[in-house]
Design a protein. Structure first.
Length: 209
């Protein structure tokens, strides 16, 4: 069974509260999502292995540490996942970025794929799938399956807010994928929105509606 990591750093929690607020406009919403994604990158990379290296400082030779040859790709689920890309890249600048376009059919709530462009070597990379909302889990599960079908072996899922239903779906479908989230909310409403959640992440990021 995969693990669910609740990222309870005070800065993450504080900023997610501001993101939830219905009075937060698109500009501030975008900035906050980017900042939270950057803070989450710090937590998600916590298990990256280090190797000992020697570095010559102006004063002498230091035995120090470097991340050992890790190849990372960040994979936003379009559209709302785009809001988290730059924050992640601030801390993992060498990462490649793959894109998976999925939207949720408003009637069936099933994910519909419309775009995919991935680095050619996904099978060799640590993949970090990002999407602010994990609601029914249909989109995240489909995106992860998509990556596995192309050879991906190491995948983590990062979201801002998750519903219990979404966590259950991803854990059932992908027991090898750990989930990182700032909050697990109460439930989904009849339209598949997370309650209390933050509303429609894509619309709030991009000012559409
Ligand atoms: C939202 C969100 C997730 C999905 C979550 O995207 O960004 O991708 O819904 O719902 P699920 O867990 O039930 O699949 P949406 O389909 O609204 O598309 P958008 O990002 O283009 O706005
Ligand atoms: N997608 C969103 O943007 N918000 C939700 O609450 C659920 C799915």
């Amino acid at each position: 069974m995969s693990e669910v990591h609740i990222l309870d750093h005070p800065l993450i929690q504080h900023k997610v509260t501001l993101i939830r607020d219905e009075n937060t406009g698109s500009k501030e919403f975008r900035e906050l999502v980017e900042e939270v994604a950057m803070l989450m990158a710090y937590e998600v990379t916590r298990d990256f292995p280090l190797q000992e290296v020697e570095v010559k400082t102006p004063v002498g030779l230091a035995k120090a540490k470097k991340i050992s040859g890790r190849k990372v790709a960040i994979v936003p689920i379009l559209r709302a996942g785009l809001g988290m890309v730059n924050g992640m890249l601030r801390l993992i600048p060498a990462a490649k970025v793959g894109h998976i376009g999925l939207y949720r059919d408003p009637e069936t709530l099933q994910p519909v794929e419309y775009y995919c462009k991935l680095p050619t070597d996904v099978s060799e990379r640590d993949l970090i799938v990002i999407d602010p909302m994990l609601a029914t889990g249909g989109s995240a599960s489909a995106a992860i399956q998509f990556l596995k079908d192309r050879g991906a072996k190491k995948i983590k899922l990062v979201c801002l807010i998750a519903a219990p239903e979404g966590i259950k779906k991803v854990q059932e479908d992908h027991a090898d994928v750990d989930i990182y989230t700032a909050a697990v909310d109460e439930r989904l409403n009849d339209h598949g929105y997370i309650v209390p959640g933050l509303g429609d992440a894509g619309d709030r990021l991009f000012g559409t509606k």
